[in-house]
Design a protein around this ligand. Sequence first.
Ligand code: THU
Length: 160
Amino acid sequence: MLHKTFETKVTIYSYNELSDSHKMLIEKAKEQVFKAYAPYSGFSVGAAIQLENNEIFAGNNQENAAYPSGLCAERVAMFYANAQFPQIPVKTLAIAAYTHGEFLKKPVTPCGACRQVLLESETRFDNSIEVLLYGSDEIYYLQNVKQLLPLCFEKTSLNK
Ligand code: THU
């Protein structure tokens, strides 16, 4: 028998330690929560994406009375960006969440389905996507989406 451990590397920043471009992307994600449509959960999420050509796309969660028909902020933003610029890799993603009148204190972490979609953008362009998970107390920085999804299923998994 063999035990194997897979590690996720996270750098923890306070807001003031971030670069100006990362602060700017986080602000875009934070703005988005106020445009979310989240009447059922009351949990508003914003996501902002910067492409390698520096274009920025942002989105938020869109809920539905038929619950599974809604979509998370990360997928709204990522599909939007990839639909508009199918040739341009994604450089950075920032996420923020707001509920009960305040931003989450701990960094918001994407759901499993969003991780899978984010991973597809990373592998599709063969270009690491930096991830910024905002919390008002601390911010998590990950060098790429793979850190969020160890033992992932990706396009190379389809090869025999
Ligand atoms: N949600 C997101 O938009 N992103 C996440 O990372 C986690 C969850 C949304 C889905 C749903 O509209 C609400 O938050 C509560 O789950």
